[in-house]
Design a protein around this ligand. Structure first.
Ligand SMILES: Cc1ncc(C[n+]2csc(CCOP(=O)(O)OP(=O)(O)O)c2C)c(N)n1
Ligand code: SF4
Length: 301
């Protein structure tokens, strides 16, 4: 039987270069913004996947990071702040053959759009969700975001934040995500690789990217921390199938920068799209033909 996964999973069909996925639009991000590295990593991952741009839908919300679909040659939909996930789910269900990527900022994804994350994870929608986590609202000029650390001074918290930050890794692990990874443009090869693996994963894949905002963020501290405090999970022999260990690592968010795949369920459960397809097949098998219905209601005599 054909399921969204069997038709949508990327098979290397043609040879592509990363440049084939870069649009002619010149990014208007601030020079040095981490998001430049993220779009490069995404285009590299797409080249490795080998699906042509017209078979890819790239959905985002609103924010500096959400500009990213426009910088690629995939079909792009820069939607509404916080609503990228519901729209991406609709696109995937309407056309299961499309490869659907979703991009957000930490504000877009875990503040106004935070409520959608639990549901997309528990449904196991076959989407790749990339969050550019700069711990600040960049586009609107430096307000406190849900991942800003306690004590962080911003234009909306001049005496320091009184709140504990949201932990995006623990959040998705808590709802049972099957592919969870974290990367940074400071390690481009790994970032491209974890995005590629996320796209290949048959189900919902979450990739948190520590992407520094050089204008309103704590870029110096962040970049220094990335260089000195990074711990590469793949070179340290982490077992990506160990959910309990991955949850322990996720708890370190904000303290230690773990990069690579935290968790990859080796036995991917069925996706929501698969369930929908199966029900459609079952409904067809039990379908009553039009003439049968007309016969049932045929007037006697
Ligand atoms: C419904 C709605 N509320 C608020 C805004 C204003 N707004 C636009 S982007 C944004 C936050 C941007 O931060 P983030 O999502 O973290 O992305 P970044 O710009 O840092 O990449 C806000 C509050 C909006 N456009 N729409
Ligand atoms: S404001 Fe920050 S997040 Fe936005 S483009 Fe500039 S550096 Fe990047």
């Amino acid at each position: 039987m054909t399921t969204p996964e069997t038709v949508a999973k990327p098979i290397a069909l043609a040879k592509f270069q990363a440049g084939d996925f870069k649009s002619d639009l010149k990014p208007i991000w601030c020079p040095g913004c981490g998001d430049f590295g993220v779009v490069t990593a995404i285009t590299r991952a797409l080249a490795a996947i080998g699906r042509p741009p017209h078979e890819i839908a790239f959905v985002s919300g609103i924010g500096c990071s959400s500009r990213i679909p426009g910088y690629t040659t995939a079909y792009g939909f820069n939607t509404v702040h916080g609503r990228s996930l519901p729209i991406a789910q609709g696109i995937k269900l309407a056309n299961p053959e499309l490869l659907v990527l979703v991009a957000s900022g930490d504000g877009d994804g875990f503040s106004i759009g935070g409520g959608h994350v639990a549901h997309v994870v528990r449904r196991n929608m076959d989407l790749t969700y990339i969050v550019m986590d700069n711990q600040i609202y960049g586009l609107t000029k430096g307000q406190l975001s849900p991942t800003s650390s306690r004590g962080r001074k911003t234009v909306t918290s001049s005496f320091g934040s009184l709140e504990e930050p949201v932990n995006p890794l623990l959040y998705v692990m808590g709802y049972g995500a099957n592919y969870v990874a974290q990367g940074t443009p400071a390690d481009m090869n790994q970032l491209a690789k974890i995005i590629e693996e996320g796209i290949r994963y048959p189900g919902f894949a979450f990739i948190n990217v520590q992407s520094p905002c050089v204008t309103y963020g704590l870029e110096e501290q962040q970049l220094r921390a990335h260089k000195t405090n990074m711990q590469n999970l793949q070179t340290s022999g982490h077992d990506t199938s160990d959910r309990a260990k991955a949850t322990e690592i996720a708890r370190e968010y904000g303290h230690k920068l773990y990069t690579g795949v935290l968790y990859r369920n080796p036995n991917p459960p069925p996706t929501y799209g698969q369930g929908v397809m199966e029900r459609q097949e079952a409904a067809k098998a039990h379908a009553v033909s039009r003439s049968e219905i007309l016969n049932r209601f045929k007037p006697a005599g």
